[in-house]
Design a binder for this molecule. Structure first.
Ligand code: HEM
Length: 115
């Protein structure tokens, strides 16, 4: 179970790295690369799976549900913005991309600093 959880954490982190990198690299364009949506969805699904695996296993620490709730709300906003930006590219501005990158960075800080 621990190996499964750790593999999911790796995919979770790679997913958010794709969102952050894919957004920042196109800040001046400004546009959302199609891979960013896949990264966000992968990271969202793996995040939910990590919670499930941790809850199911007796050996793994139960996640802090308040923290997960906050992260989930922010992640849903990030994913929503990515979907809107992919469907309506004309709406994407540097500020729009900054919101996606900023909220993703905020969630990294919450994930690591909230203990
Ligand atoms: C923008 C959104 C998100 C970002 C940037 C993010 C980032 C991170 C980072 C950097 C870690 C590693 C830190 C650590 O293991 O202590 C982590 C772990 C984790 N994330 Fe996320 N995350 C996001 C959304 C979510 C969502 C939506 C969920 C669940 C619904 C979730 C569930 C988890 C869980 C369960 C862990 C493992 C924590 C542990 O090992 O105790 N994350 N996340």
């Amino acid at each position: 179970m621990e190996l499964l959880k750790n593999i999911l954490v790796v995919l979770h982190l790679l997913g958010w790295a794709i969102v952050l990198g894919g957004t920042l690299v196109n800040l001046r364009a400004p546009k959302i690369a199609p891979g960013v949506l896949h990264g966000a969805l992968t990271a969202l699904v793996t995040g939910i799976l990590i919670v499930g695996v941790s809850e199911m296993s007796d050996d793994l620490r139960d996640p802090n549900m308040v923290k997960i709730g906050v992260k989930l709300v922010i992640a849903l906003v990030v994913t929503g913005l990515t979907i809107v930006g992919t469907r309506k590219p004309e709406r994407v501005t540097t500020g729009f991309l900054g919101a996606i990158a900023g909220l993703t960075a905020l969630n990294v800080a919450i994930a690591v600093l909230w203990r």
